[in-house]
Design a binder for this molecule. Structure first.
Ligand code: PLP
Length: 360
């Protein structure tokens, strides 16, 4: 069996321990003689998985009973629509910080519904950084301020929690949820498509203040209302059981490693290895992100020419370093170093970067 260091942005690498555990119990889950994807979502063994995953997520985030965890399908992209549908009106709009592709897509949904406005944007600077606190134009009469905490494509990340006064703060944390301690209590709603840092595609984790989601507008269809998921413990209809089961295993793995503090320690070592390789390259590698906005999850950089970039991708793969090609809107390289990427993987890529520069 060959396993590579997988730097793909999403779906992305998962902890080997978790994959092995899932493999070992796949044919006979919890003594049932069936796999987790063959049993009822109303059965006791499934219910245990479902509720434990929720409890572990809240525990890792340091959140209590005033928050609820929902499991919703449709990807983070459906949250772009559900959020304005549930919370914004033409009188009280949703306000958006534009810091990359996904936050712009989120805004687009609100704008289509006629309920979106922009609080700040770094588009003019090709999204090299996230806006600073003093650049946020916070209208006190909006329903929420939406930020994308880690910009997966551009490789930038918020290193501060925006102060929004009394305006509820909402965040798309699809690509950095549970990667480090954050003062999650400052957020009213956080969501993450799990296929970046937390599991296989198929489910979105929504963590929200209960008071916000216990009652939705009566005009909304059942599956687009947060209160449907809230009132039925995300079991109104058949949930994506396998994805939730895997997320539960990843959350348990994070806990067993030492929680978010330990994730942050590992992730900052990995990020430093790669950013040092960029910064010590005499301009051979050019980071896309401004230094104070650099992501600890997605490291984006260019090489002197597109030929060299092609060569880099091909030679990296020969060294078992897979998935380093960047997104077309930035070009160049993107190394995604989520929780499950071992430090040795980042070391191997940094060594390769140094060697490649010398050879070229
Ligand atoms: C990938 C990604 C999305 C889109 O997620 P889907 O689950 O594919 O809809 C949204 N936001 C961020 C930050 C992402 O990285």
């Amino acid at each position: 069996m060959k396993r590579v260091y997988n730097f793909n942005p999403g779906p992305a690498t998962l902890p080997l321990e978790v994959l092995k555990e899932a493999q070992a119990e796949f044919l006979d889950f919890d003594g049932s003689g069936m796999s987790i994807i063959e049993i009822s979502h109303r059965s006791k063994p499934y219910e245990k998985v479902h509720n434990q995953a929720k409890a572990d997520i809240l525990e890792l985030m340091g959140l209590g009973d005033d928050y609820e965890v929902l499991f919703i399908q449709g990807g983070a992209s459906l949250q772009f629509a559900m959020i304005p549908m549930n919370f914004a009106t033409t009188e009280r709009k949703g306000s958006y910080v534009l810091s990359g592709t996904f936050s712009s897509n989120a805004y687009k949904e609100a704008a289509t519904l006629g309920v979106g406005e922009v609080a700040a944007s770094t588009k003019e600077e090709n999204f090299r950084r996230v806006p600073r606190q003093e650049e946020l134009n916070i209208n006190p009469n909006v329903a929420y301020l939406h930020v994308c905490y880690n910009n997966t494509i551009y490789g930038t990340e918020f290193h501060y929690v925006p102060d929004t006064g009394n305006v509820p703060l909402f965040a798309d944390m699809s690509s950095d949820m549970l990667s480090r301690p954050v003062d999650f209590k400052k957020f009213s709603l956080i969501y993450a498509g799990v296929q970046k840092n937390l599991g296989p595609a198929g489910v979105v984790i929504v963590v929200a203040r209960r008071e916000l989601i216990e009652k939705s507008l009566d005009t909304l269809p059942t599956m687009l209302r947060y209160d449907t998921f809230y009132k039925k413990n995300s079991l109104y209809n058949t949930p994506p059981a396998f994805s939730i089961y895997m997320v539960g295993k990843v959350a348990a793995w994070i806990k067993s490693c030492g929680g978010l503090t330990e994730m942050a320690r590992r992730n900052s070592i990995k990020a430093k290895l790669l950013y040092d390789a960029i910064d010590s390259s005499d301009g051979f590698y050019r980071g896309h992100a401004d230094k104070d906005s650099r992501s600890f999850m997605n490291v984006t950089f260019r090489l002197p020419s597109e030929e060299l970039e092609k060569k880099f991708v091909a030679e990296a793969l020969e060294q078992n370093l897979s998935g380093v090609k960047g997104h077309r809107s930035v070009g160049g390289m993107r190394a995604s170093i989520y929780n499950a990427m071992p430090i040795e993987g980042a070391e191997a890529l940094a060594d390769f970067m140094n060697q490649f520069r010398k050879n070229n």
